[in-house]
Write a protein that binds this ligand. Structure first.
Ligand code: AMP
Ligand code: GLY
Length: 417
C-alpha cells in the first residue's frame, strides 16, 4: 500500500514513524513534512490547505490512501477534494470537520446526540456575553467559536479578562466550568463503526505544576493508571458512538479520527471539546503502544470496512513524550537555533526512545535547526511510566537547543513520583 500523509508536525512524524514500520506499506510520502520526517518518508512541497493541489499530488504518486493530519486542511475541505477523485482518504470532509471547526456546531451535535457536556450559550453581542458570564459565574470559560490554533479558549476568574476575550471574537461560546482531571480519548471511525484507541493525558500549560500560558501541548503519557477500568467502554457508549450516529443522521457522516477531550468531573464524564484529527502530543504516545499495523486500520476506516477489521492489539508498556520547545514559546518562539545531540539519541537509546520532529528544517549548511514553537517530541517506552519517564528525560538531556525549555513533570504524578 502506498500512503501519503499531509502535514508536517510531530503528529505527522508519529504517523509516518508507525506507517514506515508497517510491512504492508510499500511507499510512504509526506507533504510538506519536516527535517525529521524525511528519514521515514519521501517529502513533497505542497500547500496543505489547497485541496486540488493535494488531490493532484495523490494522483501523481498513485497512492492508495491519503491521511490528513492537521485540522486546518480538514476544515478547508481537503479530504473532500481527495475523495472526489475516488482516492481513499483518512479524515472527515468539511461538513463533519465542523465538529472541530465550530464550537457552536459541536454543542448542537452533542445536544442532538444526548452527549454529556457543559451547559453553554452561544453569544454574538456584548449584552448576551454579559448575561452568560453572569449566569455561570467564575471561573469563566470563554471560547472563540472558530478554529484558533489552541489560542481560542480563556479560562479565568477575572471578569474583565473574560469580557476582553469575548469582545475580540465574532461569535463566542460561554460555558459552565468543569472541574476534574482531563483525559483524551481517540476513536477511529468510518462513519458507522467506532473503534476506540487508548486514553492518554496531555499537559497543556507551558511550565511545571500546570503554571504559565496554554500551549499546543508540552507532553503526554499512557496508560492512565488512575482512571476506572470501564472508562473507554463508557465513553464509547455515551460519547463516541452517539456523536458518530448523530452526524450520520444529519447527512454529514464523520470518517477519520474523532478526538474526545474529556473532563472526569465529580458528576461524571463531560466532553470539553471534540477535535476532528489525531491530537498532538497524545498521538505520539498512543501510537507508541499500538501493535496492530496502522495502515490497514486507517484504510479500513477510509473505505467503510471498519466492522471487518480485527480487534486492536496494544503493548503493555508505558509511553511518555516530552516536548522540547523553542526559546520564547508560546508567546514569541525564536527559530533558527541549531539542534545537537539527535545522533547520540538515535545511536544510544533506540528503539525504546526516538525523537519525533515538530518544527524543524535543514539550514543551508545541512544542519537541523528549529523552525517553530514546539520543536521536538521525545518519545520513550518502558515497562512502566517511571521507566519511560527516566528514558525520555535522559534523552532530552542529550539534546541541545539553545534557549529551549521543556516541562520536567510529564507523567510524574501518574508514576507516583
Ligand atoms: P479546548 O480548546 O476546548 O480544549 O480548551 C482548552 C483548555 O481549556 C482545555 O484543555 C481545558 O483545560 C480548558 N477548558 C476548556 N473548557 C473548559 C471548561 N468548560 N471547564 C474547565 N476548563 C475548560
Ligand atoms: N492535544 C491537544 C490537541 O491536539 O489539540
Amino acid at each position: 500500500m502506498k500512503v501519503l500523509v499531509i502535514g508536517g508536525g510531530a503528529r505527522e512524524h508519529a504517523l509516518c514513524h508507525a506507517l514506515a514500520r508497517d510491512p504492508q506499506v510499500t511507499g510512504l510520502h509526506c507533504a510538506p513534512g519536516n527535517a525529521g520526517i524525511a528519514a521515514d518518508a519521501t517529502l513533497h512541497p505542497v500547500d496543505a490547505l489547497d485541496g486540488e493541489a493535494v488531490a493532484e499530488l495523490a494522483e501523481e504518486l498513485a497512492v492508495d490512501l491519503v491521511v490528513v493530519g492537521p485540522e486546518a486542511p480538514l476544515v478547508a475541505g481537503v479530504a473532500d477534494a481527495v475523495r472526489d477523485r475516488e482516492i481513499p482518504v483518512f479524515g472527515p470532509g468539511l461538513d463533519a470537520a465542523q465538529l472541530e471547526g465550530s464550537k457552536a456546531f459541536a454543542k448542537d451535535v452533542m445536544a442532538g446526540a444526548g452527549v454529556p457536556t457543559s451547559r453553554s450559550y452561544v453569544c454574538t453581542t456584548a449584552e448576551e456575553v454579559e448575561e452568560a458570564l453572569d449566569a455561570f459565574g467564575a471561573p469563566y470559560v470563554v471560547k472563540d467559536d472558530g478554529l484558533a490554533a489552541g489560542k481560542g479558549v480563556v479560562v479565568t476568574d477575572d471578569i474583565d479578562a473574560a469580557r476582553a476575550h469575548a469582545a475580540g471574537c465574532e461569535r463566542v461560546v460561554i460555558e459552565e466550568y468543569l472541574d476534574g482531571p482531563e483525559v483524551s480519548l481517540f476513536a477511529v471511525t468510518d462513519g458507522e463503526t467506532v473503534v476506540p484507541l487508548i486514553p492518554a493525558q496531555d499537559f497543556k500549560r507551558a511550565y511545571d505544576g500546570d503554571e504559565g500560558p496554554n500551549t499546543g501541548g508540552m507532553g503526554a503519557y499512557t496508560p492512565l493508571p488512575w482512571t476506572e477500568p470501564g472508562l473507554v467502554d463508557e465513553v464509547l457508549r455515551t460519547v463516541l458512538q452517539p456523536t458518530v450516529d448523530e452526524l450520520r443522521r444529519r447527512g454529514t457522516p464523520f470518517s477519520g479520527l474523532l478526538y474526545a477531550g474529556l473532563a472526569l468531573t465529580s458528576r461524571g464524564v463531560r466532553v470539553i471539546e471534540f477535535n476532528a484529527r489525531f491530537g498532538d502530543p497524545e498521538t505520539q504516545v498512543v501510537l507508541a503502544r499500538l501493535e496492530t499495523p496502522l495502515a490497514g486500520l486507517l484504510y479500513a476506516a477510509s473505505t467503510g470496512a471498519l466492522a471487518d477489521h480485527p480487534p486492536l492489539r496494544w503493548s503493555d508498556a508505558a509511553a511518555v513524550t516530552v516536548v522540547v520547545a523553542s526559546n520564547g514559546y508560546p508567546a514569541q518562539p525564536r527559530t533558527g537555533d541549531v539542534i545537537e545531540g539527535l545522533d547520540a539519541v538515535a545511536r544510544e537509546d533506540a528503539p525504546d526512545v526516538y525523537v519525533l520532529h515538530a518544527g524543524t528544517k535543514l539550514d543551508a549548511e545541512g544542519r537541523t535547526v528549529s523552525a517553530g514553537g514546539r520543536v521536538l517530541s521525545v518519545v520513550a517506552v518502558g515497562k512502566d511510566l517511571a521507566a519511560a519517564r527516566e528514558r525520555a528525560y535522559a534523552a532530552v538531556a542529550r539534546i541541545s537547543l539553545p534557549g529551549s525549555h521543556h516541562r520536567t513533570d510529564i507523567a510524574a504524578a501518574a508514576a507516583g513520583e
